[in-house]
Design a protein around this ligand. Structure first.
Ligand code: G6P
Length: 605
């Protein structure tokens, strides 16, 4: 969601800015722009389209200036439609800025600034922030003071890169809540929303903290405290191999990432094993999970769906009462919290604003928080009291795939460790479970991937369905929720997940001739009951695709796919549904990696 890039160096800025914007595309956006210090002043080019459109516009300029410094942005519309006017950078007076986040009091500030003579051409909160910077700068002629003034007037979140016309060839950056990093490389100095925009140039970067200012010039990168005094910072190593973020020979990042699943499981699990058993001193170094009387899992989207699978494991294996909460709703609920409650926040990116807000809230109330994250050095890592890492590698496609598989796997491992500690199961059983996770599940997934043509054929058969219900009971229902989300987000088919038994209490009214229902059935306990629900659907003309873990009579459903997972059916069958959604979206001509309206990293609440 929104991406910032900045460059100051000895080389031409525009190609670096455009390349950076291409790397940030995965975050999700609907317009783009850049601004450079041209010899005759600041020059801005914007488009309501893709970065490729921006590049075309730039290349088509009659006289392209040689500029060594500039800023660029991909905008995911919040305040104001995704038009060229609303695209960043925004220039007001002597200031041009790009901004991620939301200025919550921009309405009142806009009116105040209009009274002072400022004229706004866009509907954005960003233009208001630019005006504040200009006002501050006009008043004292000092940039750190102008930044302090603007920050003191706004509420909300922001990461900002700014250029001030009189201060040629310099880019200034500051932030609150929204992340921003700076980096220096042999070819110049960079500013970016995340490391993917710079990792091809350097293996180190500087996370910019709140109350700090980064200053980029062609000859160097420096930092200031908010009061303008110089600040020394130590760089952080980029742990992620940036090559993992390339899609290689795969046609899409999503397909490549689905294929990464077996490695994601093995690497995530291996890091926490000692002598074939999950190590509690690695998984729970501070004893939060061991001491917990109740566990609250808080997350958004796919991470939340993984949490629901985790809830099942924590309760079933470890006997630990577990509650799942939607991060954006959690702060408005009134949970009765008590001593012994512990919070687990799941987030692939570590930057999801709703999850971070919930995390700040519970920590403010004195509870401890564990973050289960995929991105090292992310904000969630810095906020948490303890961290569990999935090692899925960078996920670029908007639809989360390997991260979900890794999250469910790690939750299963932790639940086993806690169960062993609480003597709910013995070491022999835990060893068996770990073997099923570390050894059997990756093989099962690899077999499924090898059978992808069969999955594609099933997708082809159903991809024109106008809507689809995913049904299951218990753990199967939690998987149905994720499978339904996967399908709707990339293929734009209206999908809903329903607990199979609940269908007859209303939703079955929507089943008519050829309505597609995907039924998920694993284990013995719910099998016959869900089969009854399938019969109810088929009796009303519905078409049923059954995905199950063992043999079933072919006449049970219209189509049948078996994922023969012994213990980790949700982890393995998730890959079937990821492929099902992928091929369906592809056949419908959808932009698989960058689905409309969606963002990978949702940095506004
Ligand atoms: C967005 C993404 C989803 C993701 C969710 C939570 O909605 O499109 O794929 O599951 O955010 O993201 P997180 O980084 O917190 O796991």
């Amino acid at each position: 969601m929104c991406g910032i890039i900045g460059y100051c160096g000895k080389e031409e800025a525009a190609p670096y800015l455009l390349k950076g914007l291409y790397s940030l595309e995965y975050r999700g956006y609907d317009s783009a722009g850049l601004c450079v210090f041209a010899p005759q002043g600041m020059l801005t080019v914007k488009t309501a389209g893709r970065v490729a459109d921006l590049q075309q516009k730039w290349d088509a300029l009659p006289e392209r200036p040689f500029a060594r410094c500039g800023i660029g942005h991909t905008r995911w519309a919040t305040d104001g439609a995704p038009t060229e006017k609303n695209a960043h950078p925004h220039r007001v007076g002597s200031v041009s800025i790009v901004h991620n986040g939301i200025i919550e009091n921009s309405g009142a500030l806009r009116v105040e600034l209009q009274k002072k003579g400022y004229v706004f051409v866009s509907q954005t909160d960003t233009e208001v922030l630019a005006a504040l910077l200009d006002e501050g700068y006009q008043a004292v002629g000092n940039i750190p003071a102008a930044i302090r003034y603007a920050e003191s007037r706004v509420t909300g979140s922001f990461a900002v890169a700014a250029m001030f016309e009189p201060e040629k060839d310099t880019v200034w950056a500051f932030r609150k809540e929204s992340p921003l990093i700076a980096a220096t490389a042999p070819n110049g100095n960079f500013l970016a929303s995340d490391i993917f925009a710079v990792s091809r140039y350097t293996s180190q970067y500087y996370p910019l903290q709140e109350e700090e200012i980064a200053v980029l010039r062609p000859d160097g990168l420096s930092f200031l405290q908010k009061d303008g005094t110089p600040l020394e910072k130590d760089p952080v190593s980029i742990l992620t191999d940036s090559r993992q973020a390339e899609k290689g020979a795969f046609p899409h990042h999503m397909l490549k990432e689905i294929f990464d699943a077996p490695d994601a499981i093995r690497e995530t699990v291996a890091a926490y094993l000692r002598d074939g058993l999950p190590s509690l001193s690695l998984l729970d170094p501070k004893g939060f999970l061991r001491r917990a009387k109740r566990l609250f899992i808080v997350a958004c989207g796919t991470a939340l769906n993984a949490g629901k699978i985790g809830k099942f494991y924590f309760e079933k294996l470890a006997g630990l009462s577990t509650y799942c909460a939607i991060a954006s709703e959690f702060r408005y609920d009134s949970p009765i919290l008590q001593d012994g409650d512990h919070f687990l926040f799941i987030t692939q990116s570590g930057e999801t604003a709703d999850t971070l807000a919930a995390m700040r809230m519970v920590r403010g109330m004195g509870f401890s928080a564990t973050a289960l994250v995929n991105t090292p050095n992310s904000t969630a890592v810095n906020l948490a009291d303890s961290v569990l890492y999935t090692r899925a590698g960078p996920e670029i496609a908007v639809a989360s795939t390997k991260a979900y598989v890794a999250q469910c796997s790690l939750l299963y491992l932790v639940a086993n460790a806690v169960a062993l500690y609480r003597e709910k199961i013995n070491a022999v059983a835990v060893r068996e479970n770990v073997h099923a996770l570390y050894h059997d599940a990756p093989i099962c997934i690899a077999n499924l991937l090898a059978d992808r043509e069969a999955v594609r054929a099933i997708s082809q058969k159903y991809c024109e369905a106008p809507s689809c219900f995913f049904i299951g009971r218990g753990l199967d229902y939690s998987l149905a929720e994720e499978s339904s989300l996967k399908c709707k987000e990339i293929s734009y088919i209206h999908c809903e997940a329903y607990p199979a038994g609940e269908l007859k209490h209303g939703t079955i009214a929507l089943i008519e001739e050829n309505t597609l229902v995907v039924a998920i059935v694993s284990g013995e306990m719910v099998r016959e009951k869900t089969f009854s629900n399938i019969r109810e659907v088929r009796a009303r003309g519905g078409k049923v695709l059954l995905v199950t873990d063992r043999h079933a009579e072919t006449q049970v459903a219209d189509d049948l796919y078996i994922v023969p997972a012994k213990k980790l059916f949700p982890v393995c069958a998730a890959v079937f549904f990821q492929l099902f959604a992928y091929y369906g979206a592809l056949l419908r001509g959808c932009d698989v990696d960058k689905p409309r309206n969606l963002a990978k990293s949702v940095t506004v609440e």
